[in-house]
Ligand binder design. Sequence first.
Ligand code: FO1
Length: 477
Amino acid sequence: MEQRIRLVNPKPMGDSGPVLYWMQAAQRIRHNYALGYSIELAAKKQVPLVVVFCLTAFPEANLRHYWFMWQGIRETAANLSDLGIPLVIYHGHPEDCIPGLARRLDASAVVTEKAYLRTPRHWRSAIYPALDCQAVEVESEVVVPLHLASTKEAYSAASIRRRVTSMWNHYISDYELPSPAGLPSLGDSLPDRLEEATNARSLQPSSITQPDQLASLLGLSPTPGISPVFQGGATQAQAHLDHFLNTGLHRFAQDRSDPSLGVQSNLSPYLHFGQISPVDAALQASQFWKGPQNRRFNPQLQAVPLEPLDAFLEELIVRRELSFNYVYYNPRYDEYEGLPSWALKTLAEHREDPRPYEYSYQELEAAQTHDPYWNASQREMVITGKMAGYMRMYWGKKILEWTRDPKTAFNTALKLNNTYELDGRDPSSFAGVAWCFGKHDRPWAQRAIFGTVRYMNDRGLERKFNIRDYAGHWNHP
Ligand code: FO1
């Protein structure tokens, strides 16, 4: 655990004020090391603990994302309340709220999670110097602490796989939240007292029960609408994991790519908002696979080696943490110019190649291409907020092929992804889109438009998968 904890504002810790846990990335109770650390700190000092969440503007986020997040926050607020810990939800900027609250409460310390993306990192770099008290970051959203996996930008998955897999057993372990029983209380007037300290309004979780209320509070358009398939929250995350363990894990190695089979954990939206911990998911998958439960559900698997578990952990840990490495060490992770130089060079050489089809952003958004497989994947994403994993690669490759130049293609793919995917703006999303343009991949054979960037075609889909079933499902729902 020590490797997850870092003092980020080396001021002395106060004596009597509460510990303030700014819950930002880990919007959950289970396997929340930042919450656990805050409880321990408050217990040691015998001071109250206050948890604060700031509902705030986030670049490119829309109602679909906020509603999913809000469903999770409401559940977490109820769970914290059962533990006797107050969660104060603010509608305001963290840079205003957190230092103001810390001062008003005379906080002993501020605890939060480590951040990787630009926006939450900017919040932190504005907040820490404005605090009079100690501040601590706890790394809660990756299995292997980022700096231990690599101290620089990794070229590919192979560059971190050995280190990550050699360390993950140490980190995939159970975690019991320290008991908050016996912590002193701050009293009932907390939200009002805190409002005085900032420009922000506090919100009761029960005050927003419908998406249109959230849209009007945040000034958001009603479209894209909320997902009819995925609901936010830790309980839903666990339900998806249970379903996957019982029905999908044993087929994961061989069937995960076939979009018609739906053999996916569907955890990425939940991981994005910290509604489930990757350690928790990895631990449950390992225990399930190795334990008697698995034998009971799948008695025929007695003799099957561990490949499905390895395949799942490769995606959940190696690939996901490679994307954290990318956004953390590459400041241009959301720009075309952030791609590797070999990819930029080869794409530039083929910039003027004629495109077989050229579509505008609007045509792509409306799934109006000649390709029924591509249209199906676009529709799946627009309707549900989540596209089948393999199709995300095909989808991005075709945007590169059918857009007038590669930079426009990159921006188009990222914008569509971040508008419609529930995990848009996740490190995995940025790395996933960049992969379609050569990131974390190697040069392949030369061809038009792509140069040496890997190409994918519809015949591959037809050869490998039941792709007509998938297309039929989404094109004629
Ligand atoms: N983090 C917050 O602390 N407050 C928010 O209101 C908030 C909104 C939000 C909307 C879309 C989105 O993709 C992320 C958002 N985040 C917000 C950040 C999120 O909680 C995670 O920290 C990051 O996505 C980490 O990957």
